[in-house]
Design a binder for this molecule. Structure first.
Ligand code: ZN
Length: 261
């Protein structure tokens, strides 16, 4: 079995067949799914869905940097309340995105810091997003987040320098179908061997980032496609698929504090 640590299952593209998507993932050997919360409302929906599917889904609670400009005085109290549910297993996704700049950078930084502090207060893991903001991102993390708080650099797309810095900071590394993208992601494959076996996590980021090496690469991405990502990683590492599955499954359970048998 595999655990997809990043599925945007509250996305409208899953409105018509969400249960079937989860069932197809389970049939393919991908269960449970960690549903990504991207703002307070979506985090609530993710929580509700996880509660309804006991054990097959868990949720994160957080505000994506794109949505930082709609944060207010209520945001952190709401996230704190959501985090009390056993189905909510991480704070995030949060971080910085200077690629799109949908929210002003100082506002992104402010709400990133506040969510780090919340994770520290609750001793919960952080689900982190960084794009084109590496220096500010690592500085803010180092200044606000002790090494003892677990964190994953989700959807890692950087190079060697970024990877080694994250590992030095004790980050887990989230690998997506980006590694199947012959235009912009193949540089990651040779880097995989530098990620310690107990630091690697796998994710689809569905419905986004459909692996381009799949025959239906234009379709929305699905959590069942995690198998293809794991196969690609296994081939790149020269590591047995079953061994990689067991390792990443255990890493996911440990990271999110999920009791997996
Ligand atoms: Zn992200």
């Amino acid at each position: 079995m595999l655990i997809d640590i990043g599925v945007n299952l509250t996305h409208p593209s899953f409105d018509k067949d969400r249960d079937a998507v989860v069932a197809a993932a389970e049939k393919a050997g991908v269960c449970p799914l960690i549903v990504t919360g991207t703002n307070v409302e979506e985090s609530r929906k993710a929580r509700d869905y996880a509660v309804s599917l006991q054990g097959k889904c868990f949720a994160t609670a957080g505000v994506h940097p794109h949505n930082a400009n709609v944060c207010g005085a209520d945001t952190i109290p709401w996230l704190r309340e959501l985090s009390q549910f056993p189905e909510v297993v991480a704070i995030g996704e949060c971080g910085l995105d200077y690629n799109r700049d949908y929210s002003p950078r100082p506002v992104q930084r402010k709400w990133f810091e506040k969510q780090i502090l919340l994770a520290c207060e609750l001793n919960m893991p952080l689900f982190l997003h960084e794009r084109d903001a590496f220096d500010d991102f690592t500085t803010i993390l180092e200044q606000n987040c002790p090494k003892t708080v677990k964190k994953v650099a989700h959807c890692f797309t950087g190079g060697e320098k970024e990877l080694f810095k994250y590992l030095e900071m004790d980050c887990y590394i989230g690998i997506t179908g980006w590694i199947c993208d012959e235009r912009r992601g193949l540089h990651i494959q040779p880097l995989l061997k530098h990620i310690p076996a107990d630091r690697l996590l796998l994710e689809t980021d569905a419905p986004f980032l459909t692996p381009r090496s799949l025959p239906h690469a234009r379709n929305r991405n699905m959590p069942a496609n995690l198998v293809h990502i794991a196969e690609t990683a296994s081939a790149a590492l020269g590591k047995d698929f079953a061994k990689l599955s067991i390792e990443t499954f255990q890493n996911s359970c440990e990271f999110f504090g999920i009791d997996c048998k």
